[in-house]
Design a protein around this ligand. Structure first.
Ligand SMILES: O=C[C@H](O)[C@H](O)[C@H](O)COP(=O)(O)O
Length: 222
């Protein structure tokens, strides 16, 4: 079992009968979704909501019952990966482009459990480029605003053209150097016209489950 899978499977132990479960996105969340599917086949009775089209598809493949968002008051637990985790458990997410829906799930969850391997634990956020979701309309102007905030950025591409999120938007991958005050940067970004949301998750994490290369687990919480 690799380190991501060890962390993911530990998180899935937190799921109990009757819960509404938020499904994250990415290669670590994949192992959680797979394990949840296995537990469902064994009789676990839950319903789930997905943070991306890819995870929705996986849930279907693994036989996990999905619930329309209109029927959800609150999600009991969301399990998701991250690109970086700082000492305050602030996160960079969105390497897979799913940050907006992931943040909606996290923000409507009683518990937001983050699963990572040890390489994601950093002293300060910012080595991984911060994904910022921007609307295509006049994106060149939004890019200039982001540059004025200090970003060195690239518009994400896939297959030789702009990468388009599940919400029909673009991603600007932004380097700001060390992000020592994620709360302020989050606010500056999300008050920039044209920005839909950004990959900083501040004061949202309940617990981080870290898989170490030696096979051990570590649980971080504030
Ligand atoms: O948009 C993608 C998500 O935020 C992922 O959770 C994040 O990029 C981590 O992905 P992975 O587990 O594949 O490293």
């Amino acid at each position: 079992m690799n380190t991501k899978q060890i962390a993911a499977e530990k998180a899935v132990e937190l799921i109990q009968d009757g819960m509404i479960v938020g499904l994250g996105t990415g290669s670590t969340a994949y192992f959680a979704i797979q394990k949840i599917g296995q537990r469902v086949q064994e009789g676990l009775n839950i319903q789930a909501v997905a943070s991306s089209k890819a995870s929705e598809e996986l849930a279907r493949q693994f036989g996990i019952p999905l619930l329309p968002f209109a029927d959800v008051e609150v999600i009991d637990i969301t399990i998701d990966g991250a690109d970086e985790v700082d000492p305050n458990l602030s996160l960079i997410k969105g390497g897979g482009g799913a940050l907006l829906r992931e943040k909606i799930l996290a923000g409507n969850s009683k518990r937001f459990i983050v699963i990572v391997d040890e390489t994601k634990i950093v002293p300060a956020l910012g080595t991984f480029p911060l994904p910022v979701e921007i609307v295509p309309f006049a994106y060149e102007l939004t890019v200039r605003k982001l540059q004025a905030l200090g970003a060195q950025l690239k518009i994400r591409e896939a297959n030789g053209t702009h990468y388009i999120t599940d919400n029909g938007n673009l991603i600007a991958d932004c380097h700001f150097g060390d992000i020592t005050d994620p709360e302020t940067l989050h606010q500056q970004l999300n008050t920039t016209p044209g920005v839909v949301d950004n990959g900083l998750f501040v004061h949202m994490t309940s617990q981080v489950i870290v898989g170490h290369a030696d096979g051990t687990l570590e649980i971080l919480s504030n």
